[in-house]
Design a protein around this ligand. Structure first.
Ligand SMILES: *[C@@H]1O[C@H](CO)[C@@H](O)[C@H](O)[C@H]1NC(C)=O
Ligand SMILES: *[C@@H]1O[C@H](CO)[C@@H](O)[C@H](O)[C@H]1NC(C)=O
Ligand SMILES: *[C@@H]1O[C@H](CO)[C@@H](O)[C@H](O)[C@H]1NC(C)=O
Ligand SMILES: *[C@@H]1O[C@H](CO)[C@@H](O)[C@H](O)[C@H]1NC(C)=O
Ligand SMILES: *[C@@H]1O[C@H](CO)[C@@H](O)[C@H](O)[C@H]1NC(C)=O
Ligand SMILES: *[C@@H]1O[C@H](CO)[C@@H](O)[C@H](O)[C@H]1NC(C)=O
Length: 352
């Protein structure tokens, strides 16, 4: 190498170092003055702590600055940081445009609450690629307008989240953005400790007669409690002797570790299994993953831990005015202490 080029190389090297230091100093100062403590890194928990991870998964896509989803997202993050006594790790599925908005909204929350926030972004396209087999199987049975592939994938993300989550992640909770936590989210994580050994998912009951409606044909010919109301699903084991309203997927507890090892689960999400179950119950759904969980609740209740309705207190009353005014209240009632309010079908959440 000639001396001049060596000199040139050295020069560029020094230049890069200086840039790097400048950048570092500027950024650090900025963080100090604005008190931002965001760590925008892929989080890989160390082995000895990984069993006490508090992973919260959210989907935040196709938004603008003014979307109601943006508003709900920001409210939920700030609500969660406010009520949580445990160190949460947020995992947020985004597209490129939504990512920019999410970053901005997260920094606003961090700034106004003066709390730190750990988060990781996941690209929605990468996620849907990892799920494509599941989506192809489920879509014909559980989507109202199959064909819009991109939004379909989001509908089923809870079924394949174990493939998206880093392999060191043992458990996680997927949340809708239209939630409000009245109490500590640690209470929800505590429910993992109550899982029966076979349970992969923890879900609270659906609080409307939607599955009574869907099972209409089946119920005409079969003497079954499926689709019947029974609010206190928390004590139901096995065969749902008193009735079974189905499940709601606004709050989904997932044991990734068990799910990755389960051969039975892979069978359950196969086309043949879905075909069998939907034919048996003459089931045509439109609510994505929660339709699948409800069928699983009929056929393989061992795979699901039923949480009490206080962990997902839905507020949507649409079915009350659509043919079920007489019995709606039996489905809707929830006598448990309320931890999470769920403003589904755009219902306003009363915050007092
Ligand atoms: C959203 O609003 C922020 C602050 O007003 C602005 O900096 C940003 O460019 C906006 N983003 C989009 C995608 O409109
Ligand atoms: C945080 O919680 C406190 C007390 O529970 C409440 O007064 C306050 O409004 C909450 N703040 C936010 C940003 O939610
Ligand atoms: C923000 O929190 C830190 C401790 O985490 C504290 O030292 C600092 O004074 C707080 N700043 C404001 C403006 O409250
Ligand atoms: C339906 O099943 C229940 C429980 O197995 C039984 O007690 C009841 O008599 C049955 N009803 C009819 C109409 O067959
Ligand atoms: C589907 O049903 C057929 C016929 O009843 C049965 O032989 C098969 O094992 C079932 N498959 C699954 C995956 O449940
Ligand atoms: C819930 O509370 C109402 C009113 O107190 C009561 O009528 C109902 O039986 C209770 N339901 C359950 C399942 O405990």
């Amino acid at each position: 190498m000639r001396a001049s080029s060596r000199f040139y190389l050295l020069n560029s090297f020094v230049f890069v170092i200086v840039c790097f230091l400048l950048y570092f100093v500027v950024i650090t100062r900025r963080l100090e003055t604005e008190q931002l403590k965001i760590s925008d890194v892929l989080f890989e928990p160390s082995k000895e702590h990984s069993n006490v991870d508090y992973n919260v998964w959210l989907i935040f896509t196709k938004v603008t600055n003014k979307s109601t989803l943006t508003f709900k997202f920001q409210n939920l993050i700030s609500n969660l940081l406010n009520v949580s006594t445990v160190p949460l790790k947020f995992h947020i599925i985004v597209d490129e445009k939504s990512k920019t908005i999410a970053k901005y909204k997260l920094s606003e929350v961090v700034y106004s609450l003066n709390k730190s926030l750990v988060y990781t972004f996941y690209n929605v396209q990468d996620c849907s690629t990892k799920l494509s087999d599941i989506v192809n199987v489920m879509t014909p049975f559980f989507s109202s307008r199959p064909g819009t592939y991109f939004s379909d994938a989001l509908f089923y993300i809870s079924l394949g989240l174990y493939r998206i989550a880093p392999s060191s992640q043992k458990r996680g909770i997927l949340l809708d953005c239209d939630l409000y936590f009245k109490k500590d989210i640690a209470l929800l994580f505590d429910e993992f400790d109550r899982f029966k050994p076979t349970a992969l998912y923890g879900l609270a009951p659906e609080l409307t007669p939607v599955y009574r409606h869907i099972l209409h044909m089946y119920k005409l010919k079969h003497n079954t409690t499926f689709g019947d109301y029974y609010c206190d699903n928390s004590i139901t084991e096995g065969i749902h002797p008193h009735g079974f309203q189905g499940y709601n997927s606004g709050v989904v507890l997932i044991d990734f570790e068990k799910q990755r090892e389960s051969k039975q689960y892979l069978q359950m999400i196969s086309r043949e299994s879905i075909k069998n179950m939907t034919e048996k119950y003459r089931f045509r759904g439109h609510l994505g993953d929660q339709d699948f969980y409800t069928l699983l609740g009929y056929e393989h209740p061992d795979l699901i831990q039923t949480l009490n309705c206080g962990f997902n207190r839905q507020l949507c009353t649409w079915w009350k005015d659509h043919g079920y005014s007489d019995i709606f209240k039996h489905y809707f009632q929830c006598n448990h202490s309320i931890v999470v309010l769920h403003g589904n079908c755009n219902t306003r959440i009363p915050k007092n």
